[in-house]
Design a protein around this ligand. Sequence first.
Ligand code: SF4
Length: 481
Amino acid sequence: MNKTLDYNDVFDSLHEECGVFGIYGSEDAAAHCALGLHALQHRGQEAAGIISTNHQNFFFHHDEGHVGDIFNNSNIISKLSGNTAIGHVRYSTAGKKHDTNIQPIFAELEFGGIAVAHNGNLTNANTIKQELIAKGSIFKSSMDTEIILHLIAQSKLNTISDRIIDALKQIKGAYSVLLMTNDSLYAIRDPNGVRPLSIGKLNESYIVASESCAFDIIGAKLIRDVEPGEMVVINQNGFKTYKPFAKQLNKFCIFEYIYFARPDSIINNNYVYDVRKNIGKYLAQENPIDADVIVPVPDSGVPSAMGYAKESNINFEFGIIRNHYVGRTFIEPTDQVRHLGVKLKHNANKSVLQGKRVILVDDSIVRGTTSKKIVSMVRAAGAKEVHMKISSPPTTHSCFYGVDTPNRSKLIAASHSVDEIAKLIGVDSLSFISLDGLYKSIGEAKRNNEEPQFCDACFSGQYPIELVDESNQNLPLFNNL
Ligand code: SF4
């Protein structure tokens, strides 16, 4: 019998977290929201949703799948009335795949309706959930995001803004969160600013989105990033900003620059594309090797490979061609063809590879399974030598801040040296960019080892935000939806 094989079982990469988009004061709020989510599709392909308001009622539509398939006709968009909307694309980092886990989520509270969309992961979610359940709360999803609504509902403070702040002060972890009531849109970034969130403007409408590429698609202008620990409130009185949290050091996720963010996005005044090319440049300086051709593993390896090629004066060629039409799931006809899985996405371009000494550039090695298949594909296409350059340091630790990484025991770099990994994946040589090289690519002179300027915990094991649930062994398992 045919069975469905998950894309993630075959392609061994870290998974983007989620993307959020919100707009206030646009006649085409839902349409703009759908387009913005489409631009953020790379941040989550499992499900998407939009909730809008006409300042009296709320309207929502969500489903599993890609944005273009969910918001695929004008009837759906026209039912999402009102000039204010928030939306979300999801990859499940907390909470299993399930209809009740699609965001934005909505609740009727004492003061009226409220919707929430969240990118990130709370590190004390289960600890708080245990306390809330003990007090009588009933949860209908397994998402950490629902906890934010419960905490707002239970706050004894008077204004909605104060209740939101009160709730967020109780949670720990990474969050870029949008909340929408019938009169206001709130955009808040956690005090360490782990996940991205930017503000833009289109005519008189304000927009907030995970990445600036979501502004470009609707012709909006990037104003700036929401600052770590900042709460922006947008309503008929305009745009107001608050700093309700104690100031903390910035710990932006350095992996956003390497892989997660789209290369055409601007984060913290840096073009992601430029950072990736710089990574290639420093990778070439740190690990020079003679070869005939530089080949990126597309798409994420492309800018770094270009930077590497320019710095090393070696030809850049598309020696691996990517099929862009692979969905997240596909039918695996028989177990015998499972090993062909990688070819659904990548194929070797023999005209570039035959008889050549090849430098392959990729963004990361997680379990090593995909790298091994790609290397063997490149060798089968006639490459004489295969050298692999990785535009991140070895991934040795799991992420608890909104990126789906395998358990540490599954990360090949957690238990193998670089030489051992090279042997296992079948390359002639292997090198990773250093942490200092990575920091230099983003414009820092070097990494401050005492107090790193970014979150780089998956490479260093230095977790900047307390992992409360991880150290609490007595927690029951809640994610059983
Ligand atoms: Fe990003 Fe890694 Fe930190 Fe997670 S642990 S937030 S992936 S740098």
